[in-house]
Design a protein around this ligand. Sequence first.
Ligand code: SF4
Ligand code: SF4
Length: 212
Amino acid sequence: MIATKQKELKVLLKYLSGEKNIIIVGCGLCATTFQTGGEKQVQELKDKLGKKGYIILMTAVIDAVCDQRQVRLFINKNKKKIEQADSLIVMACGAGVQSFGEFVKIKLHPALDTVFLANEKRLGSFQQFCSLCGDCQLESTDGVCVITRCPKGFINGPCGGSKNGKCEALVENDCVWNLIFKSNEKNFSKKHKSYLPPKKKSPHPQKIEWRK
Ligand code: SF4
Ligand code: SF4
């Protein structure tokens, strides 16, 4: 799922400068899971903007804002309200915000920052395992993405700093090369001769914890 974080209220207020009548739409999938754009967060933003004098014409949470069929349905159902609005705040990922672009003429404001493609390890604990490089190399790295998960971006073997199987740079994480080695000890050298360096450089793996 897509990890997001909320923009600060002062940033949103800047976006809304000169506007009065607002619609707020959240997302029932990823943004709800991340507690950044679900029912509760939409209501919270409505209250905050109401206190600042904005008129909130309507709020809604669409099941999946990245599904443009659902967005079109929502827009068709609420045409009149949308025509009265100065802008629409979208509490979803960047893809979700753009779902509206083709169908509405009013200003769209993103309320969230889209940060990474996340795996949920346990409730409320998310990690980045894939950075969508478009040239997947998991076949030659035993299913562990070195592009994303090695913070130094070592794609051809370990950096040498690992201690007790842990990463030198991110000590709470396992060294990815140790994971790969352990998963296929016997065939390691033979197998990794075929490894193709990826086209993209590694970003640092990212993590979000809203519940420990
Ligand atoms: S190599 Fe890594 S970043 Fe690229 S698609 Fe595969 S898992 Fe994602
Ligand atoms: S210890 Fe392993 S995961 Fe950490 S930076 Fe070095 S090679 Fe990469």
